[in-house]
Design a protein. Structure first.
Length: 144
């Protein structure tokens, strides 16, 4: 298993809102005491009544919904320092409803392969690439 950092994602003082004006709904209020860390190899459970913002929080962590204020840190860097393609290759969201990227059909179909290649390149750079593609697939599958 190739886990680089025990602390994968740290979230600090996150403020998330939806809508504008009278229709603004605050999902998280940006409280500085609202900080949490997602660690490698741990399972997390997010619960709450319908409409409370669970999905919006997850969409924000995957950078599919903008955060209003606060900071996301991944591997020691803030979300603004990390290219969106790299972020989405590392942090995935499996939504209840399928998502189509605002790109061509071909881009949507090829996106998983693009993500896999980014992961493969990272492992190569660290000198931890297994000798065969089959072994790489087994390693990546064992992480998830």
């Amino acid at each position: 298993m190739y886990i680089i950092n025990k602390h994968i994602l740290t979230v600090s003082s996150l403020r998330i809102q939806q809508g504008k004006g009278k229709n603004t709904k605050i999902i998280l209020n940006g409280n500085p005491n609202c900080t949490f860390t997602i660690e490698a190899g741990k399972l997390y459970y997010l619960a709450g009544v319908s409409g409370v913002g669970k999905s919006t929080l997850l969409w924000t962590l995957a950078r599919l919904h903008p955060l209003t204020t606060g900071t996301l840190h991944f591997e020691g860097k803030t979300y603004t320092e990390i290219k969106i393609d790299y972020w989405r290759a590392e942090i995935a969201l499996l939504p209840q409803k399928p998502v189509i990227l605002d790109r061509t059909v071909a881009d949507n179909l090829l996106y998983p392969f693009h993500t896999f290649n980014i992961q493969k390149e990272r492992l190569c750079k660290r000198g931890k690439l297994p000798p065969s593609f089959d072994e790489l697939q087994q390693e990546l599958n064992s992480v998830g």
